[in-house]
Design a protein around this ligand. Sequence first.
Ligand code: FES
Length: 105
Amino acid sequence: MPTYDICRSEQLVEGRGRPGRAGDRYIAVFRVADRVFALDNQCVHVGSPIDGGPVFDGKVLCPWHGWTYELGTGDLVTAIGNQPGLAAHRVWEEDGMVRVHIANG
Ligand code: FES
């Protein structure tokens, strides 16, 4: 179960996403308040990156066509309730780095 450094902590700005790689996987990390989050960075709509989308109320909006994901779970938010969306990964800060653990990577 590998762990990857995605970026330096200082590079992760409040309320903004940042793209990174975890092996073969494209990852987006986010800082909101005092928490960090990590999701796969390929929207389930047509696979575009979500890291540049606006963050609000614990969610990120895909900047391409507006699909919305819960930062904590990766669930896709829809008008009829949440559905499975993106994989959410364990993420933490250590030694000045943002680190992600990929359970099935
Ligand atoms: S690619 Fe994300 S909403 Fe279309």
